[in-house]
Design a protein around this ligand. Structure first.
Ligand code: OXD
Ligand code: MN
Length: 611
């Protein structure tokens, strides 16, 4: 890449420490806090060059060309997939590494029993050692970005420094990046300081460290989305959840969708499912034909993260999606399971760790019924359909701007956000947990969310398919003590005049032959319809030990190849299974021993007494 007038050649500049003067004309902000912080990081990391990004399309193209020269991006067939590129990561760097992710605070109690903790000074000192000189010979990109629609009261500014051109391009897709951030920041000090380096991409030297008190994230040794796109899990969940507790709002691992009924009534629903458990599919759902003909429509506000606050005027919960793009799982995604996701990734998209076909297209398991005869797999090796290896990595991903989504909700960019009428928790459970039920009230709903269990997936390294407790699907993302997080949920209720109704769903229950009973995907509309009607006080439910449940006749099965008896089976609560379920919640309760909010203890006792 030829050097731009605005870039700073640090080698040609006076010794580090004075680089600010050398690059003064080039620096894109007059904010002294930013300039001093960038200077200190330049001194630490010693890049050859500092490039301040402005978020324009031309700049993105320039970065992509640069990445192609470096072998970071492979151009795909531009007729089929305009603006689309493939990236192959280091094979040791394909998922979030929760065991290497830390909350760094002065005391361990601030991080709590479910986070990895490092003492602040120890963490800075350890990571300073790693960052020292790590960008020699490399370029440091300065990425200003905003999380949240511009003008939203909760919108937050971050600045990420990175030596990865892949990260720079992805940040441009996932956030509102560029001049808007400098404008929002003005002369203030209120921005998240995000420092990132690929280092030598060695898991032995990989640390993702969050310093909530300093509004700072240092990530070293990984280029994987959840570890390296620091606006996402780092800022929008871990740091934001900490800020939300201080400032009376909530940052949650939830999708946010709008459902428009045939008479034009619009209901917004937020839903928390653990990573790689169908949030993107639910957020982009296309209702079954019957519903479409009646006039039902689903629109997407977000597919992964929501920020929610109580509106002073109405006393109701409102929400925004802090992100501007999707970083979605590919295996299993196709024209049938999620046509809106397929359309979203049809242009200006980065594909990570999928197979490359001879015609310059991409492929992953489940994209088409028939695999291509041959391809280059995600590791760059020749692959054939009968070779016995997977062509794409199970956690292969697409990064696409949300503007590509044909079902984007008109309010997705609205700084005022949308009102939330229902909150849904869902796990991946092959046994025990029914298709749908409603909590008796908010406190019971918080208990249901807090004890959420789910079978693990490929989104994080480690064993797949084991049930783990994943409170609110936030276990890896709560930036402080889980005790205080649950108390925060209980307290938020007191600020609301009317609160969203809380539900639990499980699309993943299996029969004795190991087959899914519920068809899922667009058919989930039938369950969503009951949820909406309950939230609006219209549908019937019977009281059961776990909560309010629809009778099978309350779920519309018209046009579906499934009987009312099967739905009854899906809704069955087996007391023995449920006793084991309660016992398996003990693991979480024991971790929080002595610190469990009393509401949790009472709810468990009430559940046991109902069994
Ligand atoms: C994600 C995740 O990538 O939750 O969204 O892992
Ligand atoms: Mn996620």
């Amino acid at each position: 890449m030829t050097m731009q007038a605005q870039d700073v050649d640090v080698k040609a500049a006076p010794p580090t420490g004075q680089s600010r003067d050398a690059g003064a004309a080039a620096v894109r902000t007059t904010n002294d806090y930013v300039r001093r912080w960038v200077d200190s990081c330049v001194s630490l990391c010693q890049p050859d060059r500092v490039v301040w990004l402005n978020g324009t399309r031309e700049e993105r193209q320039r970065l992509i060309r640069q990445g192609m020269d470096e072998g970071v991006f492979i151009e795909l067939n531009q007729e089929k997939l305009p603006g689309c590129y493939l990236h192959r990561s280091n094979p040791n760097d394909v998922a979030r590494t929760e065991q290497l992710t830390f909350i760094c605070t002065p005391s361990q109690d601030m991080a709590g029993p479910t986070n990895n903790w490092m003492e602040t000074k120890v963490a800075y000192s350890k990571l300073r050692g790693l960052f020292h000189g790590c960008m020699k010979g490399r370029t440091m990109y300065v990425i200003p970005f905003v999380m949240g629609p511009i003008g939203a009261p909760l919108a937050k500014v971050g600045v990420q420094l990175t030596d990865s051109v892949y990260v720079a391009v992805n940040m441009g897709l996932m956030t509102r990046m560029g001049e808007v951030a400098w404008k929002q920041l003005g002369d203030e000090d209120e921005f998240t300081r995000c420092l990132h380096s690929l280092g030598d991409v060695n898991p032995e030297r990989r640390y993702i460290c969050h310093f909530p008190i300093d509004n700072t994230i240092w990530s070293f040794g990984s280029g994987y989305g959840g570890n390296a796109l620091l606006g996402k899990k780092g800022l929008a969940l871990r740091i934001a959840s900490y800020l939300g507790r201080q400032q009376d709002w909530m940052a949650e691992h939830m999708l946010l969708l709008g459902a428009t009924s045939p008479n034009g009534e619009k209901t917004y629903v937020a839903a928390a499912f653990p990573s790689a458990s169908g949030k993107t599919n639910f957020a982009m759902m296309i209702p079954p034909e019957k519903y479409r003909n009646e006039g039902w429509k689903i629109t997407t506000v977000g597919d992964d993260i929501v920020w929610m606050w109580v509106d002073g005027a109405t006393g109701r919960l409102r929400a925004i999606n802090p992100e501007a793009g999707y970083f979605g799982v590919l295996p299993g995604t196709n024209e049938e399971t999620n046509p809106n996701a397929m359309a979203s990734m049809s242009r200006n998209t980065i594909y990570t760790n999928v197979a490359l076909t001879p015609d310059g297209d991409v492929w992953w398991e489940g994209k088409t019924k028939d695999p291509p005869k041959e391809a280059i797999d995600w590791t760059g090796q020749p692959w054939t359909a009968d070779c016995g290896r997977k062509a794409a990595h199970p956690n292969s991903r697409f990064t696409a701007p949300m503007e590509n989504n044909p079902a984007l909700d008109p309010a997705a960019d609205d700084p005022g956000g949308v009102p939330v009428s229902a909150i849904v928790f869902g796990g991946r459970r092959s046994r025990t947990i029914p298709l749908v039920f409603q909590a008796f009230n908010w406190i019971h709903g918080v208990y249901i969310g807090a004890t959420l269990g789910s079978e693990t997936t490929a989104a994080a390294t480690g064993a797949v398919g084991i049930v783990r407790r994943d409170p609110m699907a936030m276990l890896p993302f709560i930036g402080y003590n889980i005790r205080d997080y649950l108390v925060h949920w209980f307290r938020m209720r007191k600020k609301m005049v009317d609160c969203p109704r809380i539900f639990h769903v499980n699309w993943f229950r299996k029969d004795d032959q190991g087959r899914f009973i519920w068809p899922g995907f667009g058919e989930n509309m039938r369950v969503l319809k009951w949820i909406i009607d309950r939230a609006r006080g219209r549908a019937y439910a019977r009281e059961t030990v776990v909560g309010w449940m629809p009778r099978s006749k309350d779920i519309d099965l018209d046009g579906l190849d499934i009987t009312h008896d099967q739905v009854e089976a899906l809704q069955t609560i087996n007391p023995d299974d449920f006793t084991s379920e309660i016992l398996s919640q003990e693991e979480l309760f024991l971790k929080m021993a002595g610190d469990l909010p009393k509401e949790m203890v009472f709810q468990r006792e009430l559940l046991i007494s109902r069994l």
